[in-house]
Design a binder for this molecule. Structure first.
Ligand code: GLN
Ligand code: ZN
Length: 777
């Protein structure tokens, strides 16, 4: 093996800090407890720490400008001066207060966990939405037709220089102009953000010029949109962009980073770009390697994304080395880099912090820090030959073999049940019309029944008591007594205001996925494995490591207690399999669909047990079903098929007279309405109040037969809706659907709201339903 020095690249490192330092500094700053200078100092320390860690781990392409106070898309919007006029910016440096106003509104009001927008009083925040198919959320840039762009911030340059002052040469990371515009929202429908490209490119030219002048030799420009279905116009935009930028600043080499999927039909166009380097994701699209090898030019550096930036499993170094060695031999060491598949933003920072995790499981995992070491082993193996890293590679192989054969991973009982799933298990006993009659008989409800989505306010007191119990300072008995008291008060209050279908309030739940994961086999939880969801909100996704089963009923006891308090029906409340799957780190040794079916069987058992205990209505939330749609349209059907099948496995074990509800936190169902109908839930509650019920058109056009609760109360806002607003919305709904189909409920769960907001809003909602009933007579 020749002595090539293969570059080893990290595409980005988590910015939050090993101990969530960034969160605490941000929240301290927002609440006025710490000064701006202290926040800046914390940020500087975190950057320095990340750079030196990466250097010490042997990374030779160390990213800078991957740090952000809130979000890198927001940073880009600010950097190019795409700052809507409501934020009052009139040119010059952008103040941190302006930046945070864009991120959080001028009176930051928390998001509900499914929310995309937050409305506060004062200046609203930019909209927020999911970053490709990750669970990271970015702020949606907003541009106007007469938008002008200017370089307002030199953050990429500042951070490059900051690292250099520490003796570390970095490769700045910049979000590409085409991706930026494609993710941006046009303030009016008469133009497309991409039309603004000619105005935006000079700003990027200027930035690249300054980076080059400061001594940068490479810049990483991220264009993840290259893995989406693109129009000819969008491909052309890529070509114009990279021709322009490489001509303007030929001395700065561009590593064009694509990730989250394969290039597929965009490969020819992307490979033809005149950039010095191309990065491809070989985790999400391993099959693209051969085509990519044929398409890239000899003089280009090919960056091979082989270490998973999206998941937490230890890499199979031996097989990666085997696969890459011929590539290196063919292209020469200078023609190749080994890299993370995408930024490490989406994985936790350091496995070593997990002192309570099962040792065997731990030996199968790699978080960001461990992934850096894996990369450097690969780099050495490819540069110096396998023998140089034999011990490390063997250790990885042994861990992988141990995982594959561990009894913790495979449960023959679960495998047997999966093999035994037959048509009858995926289908309710009778068609909806028959079930509807049986349910009307079993559950006496008025026209336009009222209900809520499940949770009631998680007050500071509820959270305090839960954390006291978790810390061991509050006994189980006292914790239970507290939860019972809260639940009872909530049931009583719902009865008092006259809601028709009650919920228990979910006070015992920390999180709608974690609560179930903690009671299922095959799941593990961490202490410190935080990843950024948005801004200063971080989550600790469960790790699904083995076959999933449900050793014991999970919610039956709470349902029974709640139902014992009232004669009104109380809904059983469960999280669906697709949502549990999409919000967890999943196995990479079996298909996602398989894990989803396993979870579905566990939830099915719970549904059946709830029915046996007497529940007449059971809600299975699928908040994440739609957001799990694949990036490429051609992959939608396969996903929807198994997602819908999984839902049906959960819901098909019950009698006709048991009413199955589902809830989804959105209603842009136009493209997937047939899948929604195929779920065959008796009742679906959705989010519609913000669109003024327009989103119901999909249901009308489809002639959706089952019942629907279009949200009439926007729970993402602290505002209390008036009765009139809700009757107005309901009359819009009645224009689209039949009266017998309609339910009256809020948009989503109420856990993020305050009681003072919830009480009057629900009283008004019940009143609105009553007025509607009168009108309908
Ligand atoms: N039942 C859950 C709740 O009310 C649903 C939340 C969600 O869909 N995000 O909180
Ligand atoms: Zn919701």
């Amino acid at each position: 093996m020749s002595q090539n020095n293969i570059a080893v690249a990290s595409l980005g490192f988590p910015r939050i800090g090993r101990h969530r330092e960034l969160k605490f500094a941000l929240e301290g700053f927002w609440s006025g407890k710490i000064a701006e200078s202290e926040l800046l100092e914390t940020a500087r320390k975190l950057r320095a720490e990340n750079w030196s860690l990466q250097r010490d781990c042997g990374i030779t392409r160390i990213p800078s400008n991957d740090f952000s106070f809130y979000d890198h898309v927001l940073d880009t919007a600010v950097m190019v001066g795409a700052i809507p006029s409501v934020y009052g910016w009139t040119g010059g440096d952008v103040l941190l207060s302006t930046y945070f106003a864009m991120a959080r509104g001028s009176q930051g009001d928390g998001h509900a966990d499914c929310g995309h927008t937050h409305h506060g009083h004062g200046v609203p925040a930019l909209e927020m939405t999911k970053w490709f198919d990750t669970n990271y959320h970015y702020m949606v840039p907003e541009v106007s037709e007469e938008q002008e762009f200017t370089l307002t911030s030199q953050k990429p340059l500042d951070h490059f220089l900051e690292a250099r002052a520490l003796g570390i040469h970095t490769r700045p990371v910049v979000l590409g102009p085409v991706t930026f515009l494609k993710l941006a929202k046009a303030r009016s429908a008469i133009f497309k953000p991409l039309d603004l490209l000619p105005k935006l490119l000079p700003v990027y030219e200027e930035l690249l010029r300054r980076l080059a002048a400061a001594g940068a030799d490479w810049v990483q420009i991220d264009e993840p949109i290259s893995v989406l279905d693109l129009t000819e116009g969008e491909r052309h935009a890529l070509s114009v962009t990279y021709k322009t930028l490489t001509q303007a600043v030929p001395e700065l080499k561009i590593m064009l980073a694509t990730y989250f999927g394969g290039l597929a039909d965009n490969l020819a166009a992307v490979a033809a770009l005149p950039v010095a380097g191309l990065h491809v994701d070989l985790l999400r699209a391993p099959e693209q390697l051969d085509d990519v090898l044929k398409a890239v030019r000899k003089d280009q550096v090919l960056s091979l994304g082989v270490i998973d930036g999206r998941n937490i499993w230890r890499a199979d170094l031996a097989s990666i080395l085997n696969r890459l060695q011929p590539v290196v031999a063919a292209r020469g060491g200078g023609g190749v880099e080994v890299a993370t598949s995408c930024s490490l933003l989406h994985v936790p920072i350091d496995l070593e912090l997990e002192t309570a995790l099962d040792a065997e499981l731990k030996s199968w995992l790699a978080f960001a820090t461990q992934k850096l070491s894996e990369l450097s082993i690969l780099g050495r193996g490819l540069s110096e030959g396998k023998a140089a890293v034999a011990a490390e590679v063997d250790a990885a192989s042994r861990a992988i073999a141990a995982r594959a054969s561990s009894p913790k991973v495979t449960d023959p009982l679960v495998r047997g049940r999966i093999a035994g799933i037959d048509a009858g298990m995926r289908q309710r006993k009778s068609a909806f019309a028959v079930r509807r009659a049986a349910q009307a008989e079993a559950i006496r409800l008025p026209l336009f029944p009222t209900t809520t989505i499940g949770s009631f306010p998680q007050t500071p007191e509820v959270r305090k008591v839960r954390s006291a119990h978790a810390k061991g300072t509050l006994s189980y008995v006292d914790y239970e007594a507290f939860l019972r008291k809260e639940t009872e008060a909530t049931i009583r209050w719902q009865e008092e205001i006259g809601l028709d279908v009650l919920v228990h309030g979910e006070f015992e739940r920390n999180d709608m996925v974690q609560y179930f994961g903690e009671q299922l086999s095959g799941f593990a939880f961490t202490q410190h494995a935080w990843v950024q969801s948005y801004g200063s909100r971080y989550v600790r996704p469960p790790i699904i490591f083995g076959d999933v089963s449900r050793p014991n009923p999970m919610t039956v006891r709470w349902w029974q207690y709640s139902q014992s308090l009232t004669d009104k029906p109380v809904k059983g409340m469960l999280t669906g399999p697709v949502t549990i799957l999409n919000w967890s780190f999943v196995r990479d040794d079996i298909p996602r669909s398989e894990t989803c079916r396993q979870i579905a069987l566990a939830i099915r058992d719970e549904v059946n047990d709830l029915e046996a205990a007497g529940a007449k209505m059971i809600q299975i939330d699928e908040a994440a079903l739609r957001e799990g749609l694949p990036l490429r349209h051609k992959d939608w059907k396969t996903y929807l098929d198994w997602a819908v099948e999984s839902f049906r496995i959960c819901s098909s074990g019950v009698d006709d007279k048991t009413q199955i509800h589902t809830h989804m936190c959105y209603s842009e169902f136009n493209q997937i309405i047939d899948a929604i109908a195929a779920m065959d839930a008796d009742v679906i509650s959705i989010e519609t109040s913000r669109s003024k019920m327009e989103l119901l058109d999909a249901f009308r056009n489809f002639k959706y037969p089952n019942e629907i609760g279009p949200g009439v109360y926007d729970i993402h806002s602290p505002r209390v809706p008036e009765v009139g607003e809700m009757t107005e919305l309901l009359s819009l709904a009645r224009q689209r659907l039949q009266d017998r189909q309609l339910w009256v409920n809020p948009d989503c769960g109420l856990k993020t709201r305050k009681w003072d907001e919830v009480r009057p809003a629900l009283v008004n909602m019940v009143q609105a339903a009553a007025e509607l009933r009168k009108a309908a007579q």
